[in-house]
Every structure is written in C-alpha cells, then in structure tokens.
Design a protein around this ligand. Sequence first.
Ligand code: 5GP
Ligand code: MG
Length: 467
Amino acid sequence: MTPGPRDKKEKCGVFGIYGHELAVDLTYLGLYSLQHRGEESCGIAVFNGKKLCQLVDMGLVSDVLRKNRLKGLKGRTAIGHVRYSTTGSSILRNAQPFVISHNRISFSIAHNGNLTNAVKLRRELEQDGAIFQTTMDSEMVMHLLVRSKKELFEERLIDALRQCEGAFTMLCLTGDSLIGVRDPHGFRPLCLGKKDGAYVLASETCSLDLIDAEFIREIEPGEVIIISEQGIESKKPFDRRTVSPCIFEFIYFARPDSRIFGDSVYRVRKNLGRKLAREHPAEADMVMSIPDSGNYAALGYSEESGIPFEFGMVRNHYVGRTFIQPSQEMRKHGVKIKLNPIKDVLKGKRVIVVEDSIVRGTTTGGRIKALREAGVKEIHMRISCPPIRFPCFYGIDFPSRKELIANQLPSIEEIAKFIGVDSLKYLSLEGMLETVRNKENGFCAACFSGDYPTKVGRKAVKTPFER
Ligand code: 5GP
Ligand code: MG
C-alpha cells in the first residue's frame, strides 16, 4: 500500500533523552506532556546497553505505557513518540518509534511532520526492491539511510534526509548517540534542554517544565544535533530554504505553556485575540471562549475591548476520545457532555464568542445551538485566524478541501448562517501575520493563503470560492 492522502496527515510529538538513569520514566513523563500532539498511538524505544528495545501500542500514554509494561524497558538513552492519524492509517504497524536492524546497523526513529515527496521516493525505492512494512512516510528515511554509501551513521542520516522534502522534526536513537533534526523550513518545533547533566530533546518546552529540565535553546531550522559520549555537536548540512514555521502551532496546536519559534504560545494567542478585537469589535455584555483552546484569544479580546470575560461554558475533563454515543437519541446530548453552557451566566446576554479556529464547522455549530438553548440573546462569533481553505501537507490534520467549511460555503455570511450566529468575523491574514511576525523569518500560513513554501501536488489548486 502506498501512502494515501489520509496517511499523509500526521500530528505528532517527540521526546528524547541521552544518558540519564531514569531515561525511560522521564520519556514517559515527556510524552504525557505532549499528549495533545497525538492521541492515537504512542511508544518508547530505549538502548539497554546491548540492543534497542521498544514498546509501542495504540492508545493514550496513560493506557499504553503502564508501569508493568515499562518495567521491561531499561536503559539510559531513550526516545518516545505520540501520534495522531486519521482512521485510514490508524494501525499498530504505523506506531512509532520504529526500530530496525539492518546489516549491523540498529537504530530507531521518531518523526513529526510530513514528507511531501514521499510517494515519489517510495515508488523509486520499491522499484529498486525495497519492501515496506508500514504506510508511513517516515519509513522512507530508514530505507534511504541503509542504502547510503556514507561511513558514519550521522552522515547516512543526513544523506537520507537531503533527499526528503517537506516537514521533518526527527529524533534518531542509536547504540551510542541521540540525534535531533529540524528540517530546513523549520515547520515543526524542537527544543533542547538539560536534566541533571543529561541532554533532552522535545517537541515543546512544556515537556522540559514537567521533568524540571533547564531550557537551553530551540533547535534551528536545518540543524542537526548529535548527542553522544563526546558531548554535543551541531551541524547545518542542508541547503538553505525559506524558513517557514507552522503558524497553526501558535493558533491551536502547541500547548499555551510552551515557548516555540522564539515566542510564548500563550502570549501570541492573547495578542491574536487583542488584534481580533481591534479588527472586529462588537457590542455585547460579555466575552466568552469555547474552552479550552479558545480561552487565550478570548482573554485578549476581552482586555482589548474592555468587555468583561466570563466563562459561559464548563468543560468536562473526563470525556475521553473513546466516548461512545450509544444511540441516535443519546447522540444529541453529546455536545453538552464535553461542554455545558452555564445558563445563569448566559440568559438574556449579548455574547461575543471567541474561538481559535473553525475547520469543518460541525462542532462549532453544535456548541452555538447549546448556547441558544441556554437563552443567549445575541451571538457574535470571532475567530482568531482567517478562514481555513487549504489542506496542510506538513503535518496538521486538516481534512480535504471539500470538508473545510470555508470551501463548502461561498461566503462568511453563509458560514454564519450554517453555524447559527448573528455575526461572524475572522482575523485577517495580515492581522494574524503582523501579530506573530518575528524579526528573522516568516511563517507557513498555507492553510489560509494557499501559498505553500514547498512544491505540493495538484490538490492545492484553488476552488471557485477563493478570493
Ligand atoms: P469545527 O467547528 O470546525 O468542527 O471544530 C472547530 C474546533 O476544532 C475548534 O474548537 C478548534 O479549537 C478545534 N480544532 C482546530 N484544529 C483542530 C485540529 O487540527 N484537530 C482537532 N481535533 N481539533 C481542532
Ligand atoms: Mg477548540
């Protein structure tokens, strides 16, 4: 099976630590803090002094990495991975980290991002006799690596990655080193920290906080970090590319207590809310969010507009992703199981509802209906990013163009009608970019603009609704 469009949508998190006696436990904790980046499967690979051992399974970190299962994993150097995928590829053999042994080389990799030339590479490799075990683009790197004619392991890895295009934040574990890589565009984050003298690599800084590791710095776009007995070495082996970290990490994906791309996710989200208030004011009695992802922009909107912030909905934190709605009759209660409107706060009020993003519009529609039932008088919805019209080829799980509500309906007024609000406004592209702008580089905002920083397939062709 070649990777289909569904297989190409991966949201993942990675964590690794070199030379710590509690490497496995710390990786377990690190993965816990990255659970938001992938809930489908997770795993740990560890070097036990002789060989690489691995534990991977479908499910949440708390379910998969239970104490009795971790017991068998021993070692001072480990990497871990959390993965989310759409149904098509949610199978165990795609769970990471991968471990392979080939012709006296053993190594393990954990990958976040998507390779945009995976189909082409796979076709070439298969024609050359390669047998693939998974439907993952990440497996390509392993095949390219073992075919490399270079001597040193790190040179082989670099050789392989030079042939890859797209997004790859990657950790690689061997018997004597831990290697971290960020692709030259720097789509996905990766940071470096230190815990009791041991180096740590993690997708987000919230992992370092959890294990009391000191934050050293972010890995730069195009940088390869090699951690071994000799210490730490940094290389910049790739051709220079436009640096374009993913703006959606700031808007929705990363945790608000992390720092990525040189900025605090919390502060950026709040500033997006402030900007939204300046661009799209509304008269109302209160500002509320759709918890939790909308909280920070809502707070910014409230501060900037001077309209008080209230919690209009309470989230039930015990709703797991495995919640099964037993029947059609019960299904309609589903929306309120996760988020229940607080009637006493909402009744008779004109509310501004701030949300970080709208993708398909279906969950938003359900929540608006619940607010109406709670007796709100007017709903003015404000979104802290522009309409999402283009799929992501770099690791965010956006549905096909057809499923995106901003493509399905020809105008924002139509979307407002569909989700049932009195007014709907999105933050402008310029407003968003101005808010996140940093001195050195731009961002990938292709899901909003259609301007992809790398070559992408035909799927990116514009539809009649795009302006
Ligand atoms: P929609 O109304 O489009 O069905 O859902 C919008 C909600 O999905 C928002 O609350 C937003 O925070 C959340 N969201 C945005 N991006 C993603 C994503 O990539 N995955 C998931 N699971 N939710 C997302
Ligand atoms: Mg949300």
